[in-house]
Design a protein around this ligand. Structure first.
Ligand SMILES: Cc1ncc(COP(=O)(O)O)c(C=O)c1O
Length: 439
């Protein structure tokens, strides 16, 4: 029995392993796109810790920054005293936003969920309105408030918290208004949102929170003019637009922020994952006018913004800024290459219903039948947790039906890595189609 096998047995005994669908590997270390288990097996990481290892695992400078800070200061947060690390991280994060009129203040929290909750509180204080709107299929975390939004497990943990409204999201492959071109679907969604504002919330809405591209919801890219249209309506009613760039931020889509590609400037941006190098942090970024509505003691967190975390954020953002041109150009080039290769798989494999994405945020939606679009949920999970894993590639599922494979390698990915991932998908899809007679 290998070390992995022994440990997996023990992990099952002591942990609540029934709470999450995990890859059955025990990881010892990771570098760039490679992850190694305790037996020394190497895996190509196309899930990047749900998009956190954006610059590859352990980019140069990160471990040293953490170690150097840890030797001096471990306990502490960014709210009971200040540190130079906190200031440096704030400057680094704000350097990612060229428009200084709109984005000049930042506050750090520990996780994406907490960052979203803070953004919601800011919107309530600033507008003095109460309703929060979010869009179907969006995902903003697992705290009770953010977790209630996204719809998953709503029956078990429901009902929705009072004062929350869910409006339709224009999902081009499965438009909630019926079969129509994506732009029409986007238009219908904006009209419905305006209807909700007027007749359901009676204009008492503080914000609409949305991902630019739904990540956990299945890498769903809305029509490119959707947010521009939406922002016009929200501005009419004084409603803040909050962009959750926790997954899409810092280069993942080929631009630093996904919002740059949608020709819209949100009022509040929440970033996390990729910007942190892997340590727990999120950044809520907005302008002074909006944040000054908050009052003393509105916020605190025992562990938030500690010096070690802030040093990691600075090291990660510095590395990104230093290599930005290469990283973004690689994300675009490799994203296009991956899409081309995936479209070849689409032509060959009836299990693939749709391929979509921007940059290196790509989704492959699997269906049992292209006409009925019946989700191939079991098959998607089987590929990610068994067949691809066995062949040395890590993928994770997404989508509300669990039938989308996320194709999200680090920005440093090379063509040979993509070729290997495509080969593994090709074999895995072929096997299932044969076994289940899917044509
Ligand atoms: C878009 C988005 N928002 C928020 C979150 C929640 O972040 P966390 O798990 O750090 O609370 C996630 C996590 O996957 C996410 O993808």
């Amino acid at each position: 029995m290998g070390r992995s096998e022994e440990l997996l047995k023990e992990l099952d005994e002591y942990l609540m392993t029934n709470l999450y669908p995990t890859h059955k590997i025990v990881v010892r270390e990771a570098r760039d796109i490679y992850v190694y288990d305790v037996d020394g097996n190497a895996y190509l990481d196309f899930m990047t810790v749900v998009t956190t290892a954006l610059l590859g695992h352990n980019p140069p400078g990160l471990a040293d920054a953490i170690a150097e800070t840890a030797k001096r200061l471990i306990a502490g947060n960014g709210y009971n005293w200040y540190t130079e690390e906190l200031l440096n991280a704030a400057k680094a994060v704000l350097s990612l936003f060229p428009d200084k009129n709109l984005y000049n203040k930042v506050h750090f929290k520990l996780s994406g969920s907490e960052g979203i909750e803070l953004a919601l509180k800011i919107a309530k204080r600033y507008t003095k309105n109460t309703y929060i709107m979010y869009l179907m299929g969006g995902y903003h975390g697992r705290t009770y408030l953010t977790g209630s939004y996204h719809g998953m497990r709503r029956r078990e943990y429901g009902p929705l918290p009072p004062g929350t409204l869910i409006a339709p999201f224009p999902y081009p492959y499965r438009c909630p208004f019926g079969d129509m071109p994506p732009e029409e679907c986007g238009k219908a969604a904006v009209e419905t949102i305006e209807y909700y504002i007027n007749y359901v919330a009676i204009k008492d809405v503080c914000c609409l929170v949305t991902e630019p591209i739904q990540g956990v919801g299945g890498i769903v890219v809305p029509p490119m003019d959707f947010f521009e249209r939406l922002k016009k309506v929200l501005d009419t009613y004084g409603i803040l637009l909050i962009f959750d760039e926790v997954q899409s931020g810092m280069g993942r889509t080929g631009t630093t922020w996904a919002f740059e590609q949608f020709n819209v400037k949100p009022d509040i941006v929440v970033a996390a994952k990729g910007m942190t190098g892997g340590l727990p942090a999120s950044a809520v970024v907005t302008r002074k006018e909006i944040t000054s509505a908050m009052q003393l003691n509105d916020e605190h967190s025992t562990f938030g913004a500690s010096a070690i975390i802030m040093a990691a954020v600075k090291a990660t953002v510095d590395y990104y800024n230093m290599h930005k041109e290469e990283l973004l150009s690689n994300a675009k080039k490799m994203g296009e290459y991956a899409m081309k290769r995936l479209m070849e798989l689409y032509d060959k494999h009836p299990l693939i219903g749709d391929v979509r994405g921007l940059g290196l945020m790509i989704g492959i939606e699997l269906v049992k039948n292209r006409k009925t679009k019946e989700p191939a949920t079991k098959e998607t999970s089987d590929i990610c947790l068994n067949r691809a894993l066995k062949r040395g590639v890590l993928f994770v599922t997404s989508g509300w039906n669990g039938n989308v494979i996320r194709f999200a390698p680090p920005l440093t990915v090379k063509q040979e890595h993509i070729d290997k991932a495509i080969e593994v998908l090709d074999k895995s899809l072929g096997e299932i189609e044969k076994e289940e007679n899917i044509k």
